[in-house]
Every structure is written in C-alpha cells, then in structure tokens.
Design a protein around this ligand. Structure first.
Ligand SMILES: C[S@@+](CC[C@H](N)C(=O)[O-])C[C@H]1O[C@@H](n2cnc3c(N)ncnc32)[C@H](O)[C@@H]1O
Length: 258
C-alpha cells in the first residue's frame, strides 16, 4: 500500500465490513453486454494492457483477460483483491491485482486502455480528491488510449428519487436483507445513503455512504481539464444516447495524443 494512501473515507469500512462482494457478481447476460461494449469502445485486442481502477473482485478484468487482454487492477478492499488474485491464479489469467488507493496508485507500465466502472468515482465530498483518480488515469495511459468511466446519471437519480428501498440477496449462509435510505444534500451536491444489512446470523450492520452528484456536463469538464478528447456520453452498455431515462452515464474519452 502506498505511503500517501488515505484510508479514512467511508468507503474503506463499507466495502471491508459488508458482504458487498455478493453484489459484484454480474448476471451472465449483463456481463457479456458490458464486455462487448468495453471491447469495442476501448479498441481492446489480445495482448493490449487494460488498467482497471477500483477493480473490486476483478469481475470485469478477469473475463476480459479470458478474452486475451492483459489487465492491471487496483482496489482498496483487501478481501476483494484476494478474491481477484485467487481467481486469476485458478484460471491462469494474465492479471495483476494490487491492494492500494486509487487516489495515488499508478500501474508500473503505461496502459492501452482504462476503466473506472460502476460508481467507483465521486466518493469524497472534496472534488479535488476525486479529481486525483482522473489524474492517475491520465498518467497511466499511453497517448491516444481510451478511458471509460461508468457513473450514475444524476438527472435520472433526481427524477426517480426513492427515500427508502429494500431488497434481499442470497448468500451461502442465507438471505441478507438490505434497507437503503437516501437523502439528497442539494447544497453540497451529495447523495447520502444509510445502509442497514440484516445478516442471516442475526447480526445487523449499519453504514453511511455519500456520493458527489456530478452532472454529465461536469464529468465532461473534469475529463477535458485533464486533456481528454473525443468525449462521448452513453446511457448504457448498449450504446444508447444519454437521456433522462438512462440510469447510467458512461463517459468514453481519449487521452490526448501529445
Ligand atoms: C461499486 S464497487 C465497483 C467495483 C468494480 N469496479 C466493478 O465494477 O465490479 C466500487 C469499488 O471501488 C473501490 N474503491 C473505492 N474507493 C477506492 C479507492 N480510493 N482506491 C481503490 N479502490 C477504491 C471499492 O473498494 C470497491 O471495490
């Protein structure tokens, strides 16, 4: 772990202490569409090197490596990295996973493409901290390389606001009940959530999270600030145009050639 790593954000305890890895397993159909989207948009080819910033359990890096790319992933959650490393070893895939802070981590070699996927950005209330992730992406990429950022479409979040949601998740130990209560701090541009996990053991876990609500236009400005060009916004992994109905805002951008 890098010396400058800052490990006191809500995200450290949230991912370390909850069974969130269960939510990182994607349905095969959704996974295939996502992999096809990334393969095409990032112009991936066998032997190209992909940087997966905030890679979680490697649920995208691993199947992309199975298609032939080499991958480097970083995540702050030690148990996710351990799962990713084990899966890569079991499947003999060309993946390297690092336990580190994406605000500071740089891959040891320049990469041909990069992703920051499924709301792994915007966690700090301080914009200058969040921008560090984009700065690391810029530094990690070769000139002209593509980057894809998958973030919630906040226009959709506002329009479909739900103060309380409940759902259930199967786990090897039984059913986990999750209650998610949301409030919007409009003045600070934050979506604040309180998560209650009722585990099959009878234990209850409580966590608070918060996410900066960046409009698509702001994400575009941030990418431009780091010299990214050819920025395109999509509403999903089927390449739909971004609209009020899109729940995702996927930014595809290219590192400047010089
Ligand atoms: C919602 S998950 C998405 C994981 C993965 N990108 C995927 O699509 O399956 C967010 C991930 O970001 C990681 N993360 C958040 N902040 C981080 C940081 N500063 N450095 C490294 N990882 C971070 C978390 O540990 C978690 O694995």
């Amino acid at each position: 772990m890098n010396k400058e790593a800052k490990t006191d954000g809500w995200w450290q305890a949230f991912y370390d202490e909850t069974p969130f890895e269960l939510w990182l397993e994607r349905e095969q159909k959704e996974l295939d569409v996502t992999l096809d989207f990334l393969w095409q948009k990032l112009e991936l080819e066998p032997d190209k090197l992909l940087f997966d910033q905030c890679c979680g359990t490697g649920s995208l890096s691993l199947p992309l490596a199975a298609r032939g790319v080499r991958t480097i992933g970083v995540d702050l959650c030690q148990k996710f990295i351990a799962l990713a490393q084990k899966a890569a070893a079991d499947q003999a895939l060309d993946c390297r996973f690092y336990h580190d802070d994406a605000f500071v981590f740089l891959p040891p070699t320049k990469c041909d493409a990069a992703i920051n996927w499924w709301t792994s950005f915007g966690y700090d209330a301080d914009d200058s901290r969040n921008l560090l992730m984009l700065e690391r992406i810029k530094e990690a990429l070769k000139p002209g390389a593509y980057f894809a950022l998958d973030y919630p479409n906040v226009a959709h979040v506002f329009q479909n606001f739900k103060a309380k949601e409940e759902h259930q998740q199967n786990s090897p130990e039984g059913i986990i009940n999750v209650i998610r209560e949301t409030e919007l701090d409009l003045e600070r541009g934050l979506r604040k959530q309180r998560w209650t996990y009722h585990l099959p053991t009878g234990r209850t876990l409580l966590h608070q999270t918060s996410l900066r609500m960046y409009l698509p236009s702001t994400l575009k400005e941030m990418l431009k600030h780091y010299g990214f060009t050819d920025i395109k916004l999509f509403g999903d992994t089927e390449s739909s145009d971004l609209s009020l109905d899109s729940d995702r805002c996927i930014c595809l951008a290219r590192r400047a050639r010089s």
